[in-house]
Design a protein around this ligand. Sequence first.
Ligand code: 6LW
Length: 503
Amino acid sequence: MPAQNQPARAANPVICGFHPDPSICRVGDDYYLACSSFEYFPGVPLFHSRDLVHWRQIGNVLDRPEQLRLPASMPSSGGIYAPTLRHHDGRFWLIVTNAREGGGNVIVTATDPAGPWSDPIPAPGVPGIDPDLAWDEDGTCWCTVAGVSQVRIDPSTGETYGTPRGLWSGGPGAKAPEAPHLYRIGDHWYLLIAEGGTERGHGVSIARGRTPQGPFEPCPANPILTHRGTGHPVQNTGHADLVQAPDGSWWMVFLGVRPRGGTPGWHVLGRETFLAPVTWEDGWPVVGEVTLDLSAPPWPLSCAPVEERYDDFELGELGPTWISVRDRPAELCTTKERPGWLSLHARGGSLDDPDVVFAGRRQQDLTCRARTLVDPSEGRGGLAVRLDERHHYAIEACGTDVRVIARVGSLRTVVAERSLPAGPLVLTITITDPAPPHGPCTGPDVVSLGIERPDGTCTELAALDGRYLSTEVAGGFTGRVIGMYATAGTVHFDWFDYEPLEG
Ligand code: 6LW
């Protein structure tokens, strides 16, 4: 048996679905981890674990509208970029960038990581993205950002001192030195970075010095983690953070993707959080193999904890895994209007618009089924799987009319349309592996949209190629989100069910 607090086996990804740019810290036997969330509200999902493998979302750091400004003018994949989560002097600290019209870098603090977190403390002197916080022995706090540069900061006020100073620009020829994290380990200060860009060339490198300001000598074995040019099923590995377990062992969390189908390989769940063991040789970290859960089909059967799969909307408010696009006004998305139902009031925007009224959850499994019981008697709305305003598939109802709509880039098509008896009905989205024969042009999956009749029989209205809802097509930094929406009037949803399917 592994030592206490050591995972028996790293069942990767440890946090499935689009949970990129993980930042981790440990307090006693408890680990906490935060991820980017971009244009979705609430922002910065916060997870807890005691073994690094099994994680449960305990909240969102930015869960109040006044904490998180995501204007309709903000482009998709703008908003909340990479956070850094740390614990210092009895408090949790998180610094994060609200990019692209979001206002820049801010700091929030909390005594309880489940919240409430403070209102944001602006840090206007911190440039760019990917800010990190590290305290030296005398309590001085250093903020290190992509590039890689550093400035001294008072995290309680956001005030910075002096101009940012360049520390290290990463390995020779590698682009985009970013995601810096600074650690005091033994006699050295270690500077961990990502480089190569968050695509297939992504990697993790490290350097060390005697002070938090350097100078830093690069590790001779850089990059210490990359899957570029390999056939490993996890690609784009990078953007890492280090943590030491109570038993002294070291671990690394980092982002990766699971491309499938033919060439170039299509990833649809966004960048997910993975775990790997770390050992030390000659004062340098050595990252162990990114192991998968080999006891199941190539990937863990399911990443969605059972309690996060079915919601009957009986509770007074939506749980922390529900996310909306840019905002979620309580008066437009409520479970208080019709007890036991989620009521969405349209405000004119459709899935093609940045202000669509939408409540969804990240797709966390490569094959899965989502279902919802909808009452379309008072409006138009339905069930959608989206990447952004220009890439989504949806099945929607209005009165007795049901139709499937596909949006891919500038193309928008009503793929199928049926007239059905009036009354509530179950809408389904089923995501499965593509049928054989597989070849270089095979997509990653098939997205089937249909209805389920009261007797349980299912009728497929359309089966669409999933490649067009992949990052390789849509671009950006997020991943698929499956959810309910309203584009006209009011649409009520009785329950929502998400189930993983065996691949
Ligand atoms: C993030 C940068 C990156 O700020 O992508 O993978 C950006 N790394 O470090 C958005 O996730």
